[in-house]
Every structure is written in C-alpha cells, then in structure tokens.
Design a protein around this ligand. Structure first.
Ligand code: SAM
Length: 184
C-alpha cells in the first residue's frame, strides 16, 4: 500500500513541491510503467512520493538493485526506504541526476511537476538525457491535456513527445507522455 495519510500531510506542509492531493492510482502507475519489462540498464524514478510508481516498476520485474529513486522530501524518503528494501533512495533533487554516477539509464519515470516550469524542464529533462541511452524513455505524468513540455522546449531539448493516454480513475484525472531523444 502507498501511504495516503503521509502524502496528504506532506501536501499540506509543502504544496508547491508535492502539488497533488493524493498518491497516483494503480491505473496511472500501470500506464507510467508500461513496457518497462523490455528496458535494460538502470532505471531512475524521480519524485516518487509514497511509491505508487515504484511498486509497479518492481512489479514489471525490474530488480530492486537496478532502481534508483530521487526524492526531495525527507519524510517520503524514510517511508520509501522502509517499504522498498534493496532500492537506492536518494534524498536529493532530480536536477542532480548526473551526480548519481549512473550512465546508460534506460528509463526515467517522472512524478516531478514540470508543467509550465521551463527552468525545471531544462535542468531535469535536459540533464537526464545526457546520462540516458539514446533511445531511452522519459515518462512524465501531467494533469494537463497538453504535453507538459511545450513544442519549443521539446525542440530546444531535442526530444519528441508521444501521448500514451489518459486515466480517469485518478484524483485528478491524469495523462501520460513519453519523451524520446530525436535520432539524427
Ligand atoms: C505530484 S507528487 C507525485 C508523487 C508520486 N509519484 C505519485 O504519483 O503518487 C510530486 C513528487 O515530486 C517530489 N518532487 C518535487 N520536486 C522534486 C525535485 N526537483 N526532485 C525530486 N523530487 C521532487 C515531491 O516531493 C513529490 O513527492
């Protein structure tokens, strides 16, 4: 089980960071993690909160030792360490992904709010791409119907967006986008 009480407490304490009012539903988690069984190499989840996506990543057959979580909230980190033994939990911002010492990351699963935050998009997506395999997946949840990264920012970062779909069974309804580096 994820921890809705802890999630709500931290939402009230740090609304600008957590942004949602409840952990993502299992259906959203399934859409976020779809196809991960075919990904090789390290996987990094950013903004895991209370672990809705973490649980599904592991359910895809990803070994705990391949998974690293980056979460800024220390209370969430304590909870994640207790519930996901063997998974590396880093209490640091996703902007520091290059400091993890990982290369050839196969996928980044992102719950970090990036919508309408161009600086965060550059600092998180841009830096992640540098330590990912060329065909790696950057999977992003958003509550907006439009891609959370604008077409001009996609061009700047050299990525293209694919809409994976909407999940109504979530509070609020959620959309999932996948960003991939444009191959030349
Ligand atoms: C909308 S919640 C999503 C939580 C979880 N993935 C889910 O869907 O239930 C956003 C999470 O991102 C974390 N967060 C915000 N900014 C971050 C950053 N720069 N780096 C890492 N985590 C961040 C928040 O603390 C929070 O846990």
């Amino acid at each position: 089980m994820t921890n809705p009480a802890l999630f709500l407490k931290e939402t009230l304490r740090r609304p600008g960071e957590v942004v949602a009012i409840a952990p993502s539903s299992r259906r959203v988690a399934r859409k976020m993690t779809q196809g991960l069984e075919h990904v090789s190499g390290p996987i990094v989840e950013i903004g895991p909160g209370t672990g809705s996506f973490t649980r599904e990543i592991l359910a895809c057959g990803v070994a705990p030792s391949r998974l690293t979580l980056m979460e800024v909230n220390d209370h969430f980190c304590t909870d994640l360490r207790a519930r996901f033994p063997g998974v590396r939990v880093e209490n640091r911002p996703a902007q520091e992904i290059q400091a993890l010492g990982l290369t050839n990351i196969g996928a980044v699963i992102s719950g970090v709010p990036v919508l309408a935050r161009p600086r965060i998009q550059r600092d998180i997506v841009g830096r992640a791409l540098e330590v990912m395999v060329p065909h790696g997946l950057f999977v992003q949840i958003t509550y907006s119907l439009r891609a959370p990264i604008s077409p001009s920012m996609q061009a700047e970062l050299g990525v293209s967006a694919t809409y994976r779909g909407m999940v109504l069974a979530n509070l609020p309804p959620a959309h999932v986008y996948v960003f991939r580096r444009i191959q030349h």
